[in-house]
Write a protein that binds this ligand. Sequence first.
Ligand code: HEC
Length: 171
Amino acid sequence: MKQAAARLRMRMKARQLAAAARRAAYFSCLTLACLLVHPVIAAETGMSSDPRTRVPMPEMLRAHMLSNMREHLLTLGEIQQALARGDFDHAADLAEQNIGLSSTVAHHADQLAPYMPPQMRQIGMTMHKKASEFALIAQEASADGNLSRALNALGDVTVQCAACHAAYRVH
Ligand code: HEC
């Protein structure tokens, strides 16, 4: 009698354990499925942890824009080095030709602009203008040696880089 009762208890225990294992397996499958599916849903619905606005554009233009960007960064470094040497005219040339209003044709800005939201286009235009303003101020600095004013004007350019990067992405 006692043995039968013990067997029954053991069988019930085993059944409970099996049910618990099934529940655990079910939930881990569910978790895995969620993890796998979630990024897909996120991508398809445009949900993302990245709050920047994604700007779709044809692959060739995107590659071209990113190449312009890398050139901009290189130019900023070269401008800083020219300023450090006191070569204000060279700093002015670099800014005007590579980032300023004179650079827009070489950088195919007219082809890129239609893909940009108006606000993004505006920031891009302000960056070109600020670079041209810097070029003028750097030229003045070659006469009056006012490095601090030139550096401040260069800062106005990089503020535009940062403003656009904070708001938009192409990936
Ligand atoms: C009008 C908007 C805008 C302006 C202005 C701008 N950028 Fe960008 N830049 C972008 C976007 C969009 C990306 C791609 C970011 C992404 O998709 O994560 C980018 C990417 C870059 C990259 C990475 C390139 C690569 O190969 O992935 C560099 C470097 C860069 N920018 C430098 C600059 C510098 C320096 C300036 C200012 C002189 C500047 N950018 C101004 C929009 C801008």
